[in-house]
Ligand binder design. Structure first.
Ligand SMILES: Nc1ncnc2c1ncn2[C@@H]1O[C@H](COP(=O)(O)OP(=O)(O)OP(=O)(O)O)[C@@H](O)[C@H]1O
Length: 909
């Protein structure tokens, strides 16, 4: 008997066994030692006995090999799960010391015996493999037959061809399916339910295709714009398919909203979230168990069950009910809303979404539908991979059985009118402008005002409420109950405007949102698209207005400076905000095709390609009037700004945007910070202020207004002439400006030589100075007291832009609101927006009470709605008895004293 010992691959158990064996076979360590001594002896004897010499040499080399450190020499088969049947000693084992006592013939016999044993073992494996292969081939044939039958069944039921389910029809079979067609037998049923349950007359975009593919049990991906109507694509088919559709959605607010709507429509819908009470949870589980056991008639089944991804990832109880439903054939479909969250490459990755890969693994028969508004190709690819879904096939020409059926709808929404308005630097005036805008354009209509900070939301909501626009606050610190209450009241029309941070909106479904205002620009153009897309979900016209001032860019820059691509994305939205000539749709299309690799065609419609202007955004309207803006060469002004930046750097200082504007324009007390160094360092160590002689440094002051200079600075920033540098303190990050990579192209020249410059000229588009004109007449409501949504259409053709300012505003700092003026509007109209109707009364005449604008104190006389308990104060509306608001002076109303034409757009070639 041979014993092998290779220290580097026997594990401790093997080693124990080995010792046991040596004991039982009575060859303990003494015998092993004697083996060694034999070797030694043999070595000596080898001089006369060749045979023994061979053994000695082999043993010796083996000993050396055994002693070598390194990877295990255990045969592969013993390392994996498959183990050889034979328990004999490993065939690759080396010669043991005890073996060395055997002579050549014995050893040969021993090896031959072992080889024969392994050969017979291999033969038995071959035999088993042959049997398995036979069974596999049989099952493959059966599968093929069943697939043929399935295809024939589809052909028969979908197209009325194919003859019989065995596929022996007389008519030719179709190869592909157009899910968007009416060919499917269930289409009449779908359309009936569409109208009866959802009150919707016609399908939109690719809804019918997605519904058909769902009923047909296919895996589906549907990319539709925000508000495009994605929910219907799974809610409607769920009513036709037996069993329960599980919807995985990221936000409790969204889930509540959906369940509420469905229940209102009489659909059996439930949710299992952290907000579901224990009793309700137990009752839902009991219902699901009964469904799984086949004890619930189809009409009383839970048709849609909403859960958060965390539940799929973490709740054992939930997973075990899924198992039961699956076993009982009651799992109809998984729907993954906001599916881009699955991918780390997506813009709002959620770690718990990753765990959704278990769905296909554990429930392979259950189809999956993935929904998203923005899912660029590489994100989509990642999502499919993670969810273990097959590659996509076009929903209009889909293979019968293979692939994930893909639908996409244009991202461009014709009913949204985009517009950027200048935002006054004073927050009180900015608020006033918004109040005026809402009262003039959207009085009594529902809207959202997106703000950058929680504080902003509260101030804006208070300001709006004080002016008769009933508003609520929604941000991360508002409690769940308050959020829900606000949402409910807003949906019911009791609250008109929600002032919110980005915490509000993911999937918020209110159809008649007529306007979305941005109090500050968003951090990215993608985010702006999403947020503004919450307007006009009912398909009627709605306005998306961004209030922009360049200073906000600096504020945002400090917030995104640590984000991946934060700065690049911010520059994209700045370009959007600064542009006054290019169609907003075209900017979206170009930007998205670049940043998200979304194909340009996503912005095309049946009648217009992506690069054809929409014809109804502010820039398209402006383009119709050649005299509404002018182009100006500002190469010299850009050179001056860059010279100032250079000089500040030479002095060891740093400039903020507003420093730079003041220094370059030579206004007031223009200074910059010198921090702990530089030629102008003072005696102490702390901060010192520096100034410059702008005539000496930049050959004079920049002859642009403050607003124009700020716009020009942003243009220089996004085009690389300027760059940002950040300085973080314990409390904040400050943003300073420095020379950018392109700066030297200009600054290396003298001012005189700039005239000879043929390349790199910098040209800005300025909104032309318009003669002062009074604000347009307020919109007159219809009999319901509501203005018609269709008025927005009329607005598309209005092109006059006017700006006004109260007398008491500091002229230089104010970029007045661009008020649209109907050409036939009376110039004599009072510019003061009409007052709000007194609350809890019949609407009063619009000019009876002027609004209070820009106040930031809480008015003690503001009453609280009975239902509002626990709400943010800004949910309050003005009390009838509250003191009348201060009416602006007559003169201010009559005489607009300041007009600014300070929007610039830069191009450099
Ligand atoms: N075919 C239709 N005709 C009219 N209205 C529709 C139609 N389909 C959906 N809607 C309405 O459009 C609104 C938006 O639908 P939905 O909530 O499904 O959008 P969404 O694509 O899920 O948007 P988001 O990405 O923001 O969640 C809803 O009020 C819905 O009732």
């Amino acid at each position: 008997m041979a014993y092998e010992y290779e220290a580097d691959y026997l594990d401790s158990d093997d080693f124990e066994a080995f010792l046991e064996k040596t004991k039982s076979d009575d060859i303990g360590s003494s015998q092993l030692m004697s083996g060694v001594s034999t070797i030694n002896k043999g070595h000596r004897q080898g001089e006369d006995e060749g045979d023994i010499m061979i053994i000695e040499n082999r043993a010796h080399s083996n000993d050396r090999r055994s002693a070598q450190p390194g990877p295990s020499k255990r045969p592969a088969a013993t390392q994996g799960t498959v183990k050889p049947k034979a328990t004999q000693v490993d065939s690759s084992a080396s010669i043991s010391s005890s073996n060395q006592n055997l002579n050549y013939l014995d050893r040969r016999k021993d090896l031959q015996k072992r080889i024969a044993g392994i050969e017979s073992e291999i033969q038995s494996y071959d035999e088993e493999l042959r049997k398995i292969q036979d069974v596999r081939a049989l099952r493959m044939r059966e599968k093929g037959d069943l697939e043929d039958q399935l295809e024939a069944l589809r052909q028969q039921n979908i197209f009325g061809v194919g003859g019989n389910p065995q596929g022996k029809g007389k008519q030719p079979l179709k190869d592909v399916l157009d899910y968007g067609s009416d060919d499917f037998q269930w289409v009449p049923q779908l359309k009936t339910k569409l109208q009866k349950v959802f009150g919707i007359q016609n399908f939109r975009l690719c809804q019918q295709g997605a519904c058909n593919a769902n009923v047909d049990g296919r895996d589906v991906v549907c990319i539709m714009p925000t508000g495009g109507g994605k929910s219907l694509t799974y809610q409607l088919p769920a009513l036709l398919i037996p069993g329960c559709t599980i919807v995985i959605s990221p936000l409790i607010a969204l889930i509540m909203d959906q369940v509420h709507h469905l229940r209102e429509a009489g659909v059996e819908a439930s949710m299992l979230t952290g907000a579901t009470s224990k009793d309700e949870t137990n009752s839902i589980y009991a219902q699901l168990r009964a469904m799984a056991d086949g004890e619930v008639p189809s009409s009383r089944e839970i048709k849609l069950l909403y859960v958060t991804p965390e539940r799929v990832a973490k709740a054992k109880r939930f997973m075990s009910i899924l198992d039961k439903l699956y076993a009982g054939d009651r799992l109809a479909r998984f729907v993954i809303d906001e599916a881009h969250c699955v991918s780390q490459m997506g813009h709002s990755f959620r770690p718990d979404y990753r765990s959704l890969h278990v769905l296909k693994q554990m429930y392979p028969r259950v189809p999956i539908m993935a929904l998203s508004a923005t899912c660029p190709p590489r994100v989509l690819e990642d999502v499919l991979k993670i969810l273990k879904m097959k590659p996509i096939v076009d929903g209009r020409a889909a293979h019968m059985n293979e692939g994930t059926v893909y639908f996409t709808a244009p991202l461009y929404r014709k009913n949204l009118n985009y517009k950027v308005l200048p935002k006054p630097s004073s927050s009180a005036v900015a608020l006033k402008v918004m109040v005026e805008y809402i009262l003039a354009e959207h009085k009594d209509e529902s809207g959202i005002v997106y703000c950058l900070t929680k504080k902003d939301t509260e101030e804006v909501a208070k300001g709006l409420s004080e002016n008769g626009i009933k508003s609520g606050v929604y941000h991360a610190d508002v409690g769940d109950a308050d959020k829900e209450a606000l949402h409910r009241r807003w949906r019911d029309g009791k609250v008109k405007v929600v002032c919110a941070t980005i915490a509000f909106g993911l999937g918020i479904d209110k159809g008649d949102v007529r306007f979305v205002l941005h109090h500050s620009i968003s951090k990215t153009l993608e985010a702006y698209y999403q947020e503004s897309g919450r307007a006009g979900r009912d398909g009627k016209d709605a306005d998306c207005v961004m209030f922009y001032r360049p200073q906000d860019a600096m504020r945002l820059s400090s917030m995104v400076c640590t984000d991946v691509d934060g700065q690049t994305k911010l520059y994209n939205i700045l370009q959007f905000a600064q542009s006054i000539t290019e169609c907003r749709k075209v900017i979206f299309a170009k930007c998205f095709s670049h940043t998200s690799q979304l194909s340009m065609s996503s912005w095309a419609t049946e009648d217009k390609d992506a690069l054809t202007p929409c014809g109804h955004c502010d820039n398209c309207a402006r383009a119709e009037r050649e005299d509404s803006f002018e182009r100006k060469d500002v190469t010299v002004q850009a050179w001056q700004l860059l010279k100032v930046v250079d000089e500040v750097r030479r002095n060891g200082g740093r400039v903020t945007m507003s420093n730079l504007v003041d220094l370059a324009r030579g206004t007031g007390k223009a200074t910059y910070d010198i921090q702990g160094g530089g030629r102008r360092r003072g005696k102490g160590k702390g901060k010192e202020q520096g100034d410059i002689d702008v005539d000496a440094v930049a050959d004079g002051k920049v002859d642009l207004s403050k607003e124009q200079t700020e716009y020009l600075i942003i243009e220089l920033l996004v085009t690389g002439y300027l760059a940002e540098q950040y300085h973080s303190t314990a409390y904040q990050t400050n943003v300073y400006l420095k020379a950018g990579a392109r700066s030297v192209r200009l600054t290396r020249m003298s001012k005189e030589r700039l005239d000879t410059l043929t390349v790199d000229r910098i040209v800005c588009a300025f909104v032309k100075h318009a003669p002062a004109k009074r604000a347009r007449k307020s919109k007159v409501g219809n009999e319901d007291g509501h203005s018609e949504a269709s008025t927005s259409k009329a607005k598309r053709t209005r092109i006059g832009k006017r700006k006004y300012l109260d007398e008491d505003e500091e002229a230089e700092d104010f970029a007045g609101p661009l008020m649209e003026v109907d050409e036939d509007d009376s110039l004599e109209e009072d510019i003061i927006p009409p007052p709000p109707p007194p609350p809890k009364r019949k609407p009063a005449a619009r000019h009876s009470k002027p609004p209070r604008v820009g106040r930031t104190d809480i008015n003690d006389n503001i009453s609280e709605d009975g239902d509002d308990a626990g709400w943010s104060y800004s949910m309050r509306q003005p009390d009838e008895d509250s003191p009348p608001a201060k009416r602006p002076r007559h003169g201010a109303a009559k005489k607009p004293i300041y007009v600014v034409d300070d929007i610039v757009e830069l191009s450099s070639d």
